[in-house]
Ligand binder design. Structure first.
Ligand code: FAD
Ligand code: NAI
Length: 469
């Protein structure tokens, strides 16, 4: 068509920026609108990247304090965190990453429009520019990749100082003495770990009777046990009913989820991490006939098309796994579909990783899901205590569990608690993409001595014949 743009993407996070790059690679003229001052969305600015920077720094601190001696390393004097320096390093890591996306946009000749975007008409995106003024982008297609924001907890209002969301918890000016985390999900455990390692007394309050909902039950149990050993306190099956700010801190009223006697919990900082909600206000959805689900996610069909023709949506704003790499896959798929290619996302083989220490990684079905579906499966488990490299490294916490179809031997799921679990799971992800059986995994040579040999051993265990157990 004669429109100046083939594609305008609203949102420059992992979904949006990757979609823009892939579309440009395929020859489209693309603009990407984001209301932040920098590209990269939640993930690069206030999510994945800064949290991993702090997790790694605090892990090194933890090792220096508690593990150096085990390795015969003597540290004289006290090992102390330098919080401003740690935060400055984290900010530097974020800057390098977001600048990297701006560079990629230049390289692919993508127009980066800085401002708040909205849909004015089927082929028109209006932008309230950061630098003032308003502009209209006329385009063949529109992709909404506006992401998500922290879900609010009524009565526990974020003030950015005493009561914070994840963004606030990535930038606290000092280590709180007492910190309460509401929600034992991914954010709660990752950021709870960060501040606990730095010296905060962390209590995690969770509504359900377990941590990390949707994870495999064995993984949840081990995770809680290991984090408890690291100093985190868990108050499960508990709900927060009120928060009162006082000069001595935040006074939280908590009571059993099932009802009962309430008690008080004083903390210097409260982190609310009870999930994330789609970001779709002010986009002009209703006006353009773009429907949402009851929970506010934008409805899409199998081709990511919304209920308005030519307007697509991807990433956190359409729900499902709220993960950066899931958003990226969808971004690539939409760009390829717009170019007339197939475009496809295999939701059965998307890994999820929790970056605590040790890490937790999962792909495919959990044992509970297989049981509920009545699938006949076999499980094979191998503990890192039986892995030579894990012993050499002093990282023997955790295990690998592989679930395979009892009849066909196809791998249906894998669950790992352990050092580098997030890297280890990747071979299983690739295997699952190729329809691998447990035997395919264990017939593949695994370098020795590597933690990955535990994946091979777990696959052997599916067949009842591990070599080192
Ligand atoms: P987003 O990254 O949220 O990007 C959307 C962008 O659109 C934002 O920049 C927003 O400002 C912009 N926007 C919204 N509305 C408009 C508008 N009207 N006009 C212009 N711009 C607009 N995922 C992982 O896979 N691994 C991790 O380790 C991980 N860690 C995380 C840690 C934290 C603390 C948090 C909060 C999240 C983490 N996530 C992680 C989740 C991950 O950040 C999200 O799944 C991912 O960012 C979703 O990408 P997206 O492109 O859909 O949306
Ligand atoms: P989450 O959905 O992982 O966990 C929220 C937890 O809060 C759940 O356990 C839930 O039962 C609990 N909860 C809900 N309401 C509650 C209440 N009123 N009181 C007490 N507990 C309550 O959400 P979280 O941790 O906020 O993370 C949001 C999203 O960000 C996740 O879905 C995840 O996909 C993404 N993320 C991913 C990371 C990764 O991949 N490593 C890291 C951080 C976030």
């Amino acid at each position: 068509s004669d429109n100046p743009y083939d594609l305008v993407v609203i949102g420059g996070g992992p979904g949006g920026y990757v979609c823009a790059i892939r579309a440009a690679q395929l020859g489209m003229k693309v603009a990407c609108v984001d209301m932040r001052k920098t590209l990269g969305g939640t993930c690069l600015n206030v999510g994945c990247i800064p949290s991993k920077a702090l997790l790694h720094s605090t892990h090194l601190f933890e090792q220096a304090r508690h593990e150096a001696a085990d390795h015969g390393i003597k540290i004289t004097g006290t090992v102390r965190p330098d919080l401003p320096a740690m935060m400055a390093r984290k900010d530097g890591v974020v800057k390098a990453n977001v600048d990297g996306i701006a560079y990629l946009f230049k390289k692919h000749k993508i127009d980066w429009i800085s401002g708040m975007g909205r849909i004015d008409a089927p082929h028109e995106v209006g932008v309230a520019l950061h630098d003032g003024g308003d502009m209209t982008l006329v385009t063949d297609h529109i992709v909404l990749a506006t992401g998500s924001e922290p879900a609010p907890l009524p009565g526990v209002d974020i003030d950015g100082r005493m009561i914070v969301d994840s963004a606030g918890a990535l930038a606290l000016p000092k280590v709180p003495k007492r910190m309460t985390v509401i929600g034992a999900g991914v954010i709660g455990l990752e950021l709870g770990s960060v501040w606990s390692r730095l010296g905060a007394k962390v209590t995690v309050v969770e509504y359900l009777d377990h941590v990390l909902p949707n994870m495999d039950a064995e993984v949840r149990k081990q995770t809680q046990r290991i984090l408890k050993k690291q100093g985190l306190t868990f108050k499960l099956s508990t709900k927060v009913t009120a928060a009162k700010k006082t000069t001595k801190g935040v006074n939280l009223t908590v009571e059993p989820a099932a009802g009962g006697e309430s008690e008080h919990l004083m903390s210097d900082v409260v982190l609310v991490a009870i999930g994330r909600a789609p970001h779709s206000l002010g986009l002009g959805l209703d006006k353009n006939g773009i429907e949402r689900t009851e929970r506010g996610f934008i409805k899409v069909n199998a081709r990511y098309e919304t209920t308005a023709k030519g307007i697509y949506a991807i990433g956190d704003v359409i729900g499902g796994m709220m993960l950066a790499h899931k958003a990226e896959e969808e971004g690539v798929a939409v760009a390829e579909m717009l170019a007339g290619q197939a475009g496809h996302v295999n939701y059965d083989a998307i890994p999820s990783v929790v970056y605590t220490w040790p890490e937790i990684a999962a792909v495919g079905k959990t044992e509970e899901q297989l049981k509920a579906a009545g699938t006949d499966y076999k499980a094979g488990t191998f503990p890192f205590t039986a892995n030579g490299r894990a012993r050499a490294n002093n990282d023997t916490d955790g295990f690998v569990k592989i679930l395979a179809d009892a009849r066909t031997d196809r791998v249906l799921g894998c669950h790992i608690v352990g050092a580098s679990a997030g890297d280890l799971i990747q071979e299983v992800v690739v295997g699952m993409e190729f329809g691998a059986t447990a035997e395919d995994l264990f017939r593949s040579s695994h370098a020795h001595p590597q933690l990955g040999e535990s994946v091979k051993e777990a696959a052997l265990a599916v067949h009842g014949r591990p070599l080192h157990m």
